[in-house]
Design a binder for this molecule. Structure first.
Ligand code: SF4
Length: 327
């Protein structure tokens, strides 16, 4: 099938069906960059929830470049993968220092910026600047694998296609949107797909064969005990912990466990409030939340209303919500 026909169909479909996402309003390169980093390994509904608040806090590249580790991690709290946030800030600093604050438009120069790999470079170049740069995320890879009934060369195919596009911006986003909205991992909505006449997997009834299932890492089940210790003013005892998975953030004191690496709390008068499930990569964790009284430990008292100003992982808010301490 001619690449240009496929590109045209994708662009036309995108022009009519695109979702009104905030960074599509004007395609400001800084906003596109933030959105692309947020969207990696995160569902779109979650990104939309955080994007506006992050941009309010850091409305310009300069504001982000000035942010401390704590500021940027606090604004990212709940999104996970906190290293991405700090790398984004480091990237903003590099753009200010090396490129006078102007985000470069070509892939080669973008790749010189810390935290920007081939995917993000392609996304910024094509979506913000309409340059003919390929991008392959999970959605694009799935669409291409099915259209060609071959998943061996997604980047080569994406490059061939984007160079024939009238608007690389619309084409790349179109492929991503088709992957997200129609060409779903299971039960793709082929009847509504603009590419069905050219799709080999559809015409041969083999959509379920592409992409071939990958072996998932085994899931680990864990149980972690958390302690909610409050003072008379309603403040919550928290501790800043470093080490694997702690990310130098503020955590609730916890019981002995092999996962959370900080010092366990020897709690007194512990009373069970309830439990909730929380997933972090391949770990399925059951948090058991107890009200307890304080024993002498070095710690910080945090007002629940100040939670959004300190870096904390998302399980903390879930635990406080379970106990009715915050909304
Ligand atoms: S026709 Fe079906 S399998 Fe092919 S790209 Fe469209 S949604 Fe995916």
């Amino acid at each position: 099938m001619p690449a240009s026909r496929l590109a045209r169909k994708t662009e036309r479909w995108f022009a009519r069906n695109q979702r009104p996402l905030p960074w599509r309003d004007g395609y400001d390169p800084y906003r596109v960059w933030v959105a692309e980093i947020m969207a990696q390994q995160t569902r779109m509904e979650v990104v939309l929830d955080y994007f506006g608040r992050f941009l309010e806090r850091f409305p310009t590249l300069d504001a982000l470049a000035n942010a401390s580790d704590d500021d940027v991690t606090a604004a990212w709290s709940g999104l996970g993968y906190y290293r991405r946030a700090r790398m984004l800030r480091d990237g903003a600093r590099a753009v200010r220092e090396r490129f006078g604050g102007t985000i470069p438009r070509d892939v080669e120069t973008l790749l010189e910026i810390p935290g920007i790999g081939p995917y993000t470079a392609g996304a910024i170049a094509s979506i913000a600047f309409d340059e003919a740069a390929p991008i392959v995320d999970g959605n694009v890879a799935r669409v291409l694998a099915r259209v060609f009934a071959d998943e061996s060369r997604p980047w080569t195919r994406a490059k061939e296609l984007v160079t024939t596009a009238k608007s690389p911006r619309d084409f790349n986003q179109g492929l991503m949107e088709i992957g997200a909205l129609l060409c779903k991992p299971r039960n793709p909505l082929c009847r509504a797909c603009p590419l069905r006449d050219d799709c080999v997997a559809f015409s041969t009834g083999r959509t379920s064969e592409f992409p071939a299932p990958k072996k998932k890492p085994a899931t680990r089940e864990l149980r972690i005990v958390l302690y909610l210790v409050t003072d008379r003013r309603g403040r919550v005892l928290m501790r800043r912990e470093s080490g694997p998975l702690m990310n130098a953030m503020f955590h609730l004191p916890h019981g002995d466990t092999s996962l959370l690496t900080g010092r366990p709390l020897r709690a007194k008068n512990a009373k069970l409030v309830g439990s909730f499930r929380h997933t972090v990569t391949n770990r399925r964790i059951t948090f058991e939340v107890y009200r307890a009284t304080r024993n002498a430990q070095r710690a910080t008292w945090v007002r629940p209303t100040d939670l959004s100003t300190i870096p904390h992982p998302s399980y903390v808010r879930k635990a406080l919500q379970l106990a009715g301490i915050c909304k």
